[in-house]
Design a protein around this ligand. Structure first.
Ligand SMILES: [Zn+2]
Length: 321
């Protein structure tokens, strides 16, 4: 009898353990489904601009992007210093060290546009050489031949270079005029549906984001294109193009002193962490700079999240220590 009772007790214990295991499995699978659903709607970008050869700050920001679990990094141009080998490196070497630092450390997609500092020929050579050095990695250096891609249902529309000749690299850079925007519209049609970077092709809702070195034209001294004098130096062609093509989101650099903030399409300031129907962000320069506020920035970068289902975006500024 004692034996029978013991067996019954063991059977009961085993049943309870089994039941608890089943409940635990159901709970875990439900909660991970929930996380997946949330994650597929949100695309998170690490955004960094005007690195100017500062690989110390760059390492810090890449690390922060990894901690934030960013889906991709976007570089907004001016990877090299000021048209000469001030720091002992050539322009090519500086562009190379910067991009190598990122590609070595960050194993998710990386997108790059040239600013006004990158010499065109060397940038194209570097693009080819990096493809050979990192054959397994998903990355793209945008140029005149590749301008639009779709990444996780966010269409990235790139504006390589700058529109003012006096700021271009003396060896010749990516100088553009109005005709670029006609070509961009054509590219948007061609690359609308498919891209090697799009891991979420079935989703129909898509957000468009402009990726440009120089900002659109702002309306006041608090905007993302205001220089020390208070003048708005942004490019009106960008405003017109974004409006015409219903592009609600954009990331821009170049005007270091006006960085570390975001505005909406009406040029009203948007606070960090607030979801907005339209959002233009200037993350500031990755290397130190004196800001319009009078304060010195030790360097900054941004996190930009796009909710592709709701068609909203929000941002966060990260500052170097
Ligand atoms: Zn620039």
């Amino acid at each position: 009898m004692v034996e029978k009772e013991e067996i019954e007790l063991i059977t009961k214990k085993v049943s309870i353990i089994l039941l608890l295991t089943v409940i635990l499995i159901i709970f875990v699978s439900c909660s991970s489904n929930k996380t997946d659903t949330v994650k597929t709607n949100i695309v998170k970008f690490g955004v960094i601009s005007d690195i100017h050869g500062d690989t110390t700050n760059l390492n810090f920001f890449v690390n922060e992007f990894k901690k934030e679990d960013a889906d991709a990094i976007i570089i907004l141009g001016d990877t090299n210093y000021i048209f000469e080998n001030v720091r002992g490196n050539s322009d090519y070497e500086e562009m190379y060290y910067v991009l190598k630092t990122i590609l070595t450390d960050f194993k998710k997609p990386v997108f790059v546009i040239p600013g006004n500092h990158e010499p065109k020929e060397e940038y194209i050579t570097l693009k080819g050489n990096l493809k050979k050095e990192f054959p397994e990695q998903k990355f793209l250096l945008f140029d005149d031949t590749q301008r639009v891609i779709t990444f996780k249902n966010v269409m990235l529309i790139s504006v390589s270079g700058y529109h003012l000749k006096e700021y271009m690299h003396p060896l010749g850079g990516f100088l553009f005029n109005e005709s670029l925007f006609d070509e961009l519209e054509m590219s948007m049609g061609v690359y609308d549906a498919v891209s090697e970077f799009n891991e979420n092709k079935e989703g129909k809702i898509k957000s468009k984001m402009l990726v440009a070195h120089g900002p659109p034209k702002g309306k006041n001294k608090n905007s993302i294109d205001a220089v020390f004098s208070g003048e708005n130096v942004g490019n009106e062609m960008i405003n017109i193009f974004m409006k015409k093509n219903d592009i609600k989101f954009g990331i821009f650099g170049h005007i270091h002193e006006a960085g570390m903030k975001g505005v909406d399409e009406n040029d009203e300031l948007v606070e960090e962490n607030i979801w907005s129907d339209s959002l233009f962000v200037n993350p500031g320069s990755a290397t130190k700079w004196k800001m319009n506020s009078g304060k010195e920035s030790k360097g900054s970068a941004g996190i930009l999240e796009v909710d592709i289902k709701e068609g909203k975006a929000r941002y966060l500024i990260i500052t170097a220590k």
